[in-house]
Design a protein around this ligand. Sequence first.
Ligand SMILES: Cc1cc2nc3c(=O)[nH]c(=O)nc-3n(C[C@H](O)[C@H](O)[C@H](O)COP(=O)(O)O)c2cc1C
Length: 194
Amino acid sequence: MAERKCIGVILGSIREGRINDRVAFWVIRQLEGQGFATRTIDPADPDLLPVQTGDAQAIGRLRQRMADLDGFVIVTPEYNHAEPGHLKTLIDSVTAEWWARPVGLIGYGGLSGGLRAVEALRIILAELHTVTLRDTVSFASPWRRFDELGHITDPNEAAAAEAAMAVFAHRLEWWVDALADARRARPYHPRDDG
Ligand SMILES: Cc1cc2nc3c(=O)[nH]c(=O)nc-3n(C[C@H](O)[C@H](O)[C@H](O)COP(=O)(O)O)c2cc1C
């Protein structure tokens, strides 16, 4: 049996009482249901939290967690029309781990469903030589939709979200394969990162 492709699922919030876990649990379950393996990368993990102040050892641990992954999915809230600052710091703390990797974006928030944070992240992730997926899955007011274990409580909403996530996963897999083939054929080294 082919080895499962492994996706790093990056959480966007470190806020106490965050909703992020619920949405991330759901995303992880969906990705695994679609045949991926996952590795959670949580900026609030005590091993990774010092990344926020540039701690070299913590950045080393982050590099290790991001190494050898086939792609990433970022699950982000929207704070004041953008991604949370600590998510930006985590993203900024590594370079080569991003290169030529696909990144899928899942957003949540108030009325916006996190879509402005998702679009803001695309600009940042382009600078890091990633390819972001066209498709997103987004949730307005997730505190009304998810239980604590990350299950969507309304069955119709759950079915619609699962269908959207199946399309997302299908396209993610295409980019995972396409970019893995491309990196094998020709390792990605930006000639000029200025
Ligand atoms: C500082 C702050 C700013 C926010 N700004 C927005 C916003 O611009 N648009 C929006 O839709 N929701 C906004 N929200 C609502 C959050 O997206 C919502 O509270 C979400 O649950 C936060 O994610 P978390 O609980 O995982 O930290 C904001 C929340 C906070 C704490």
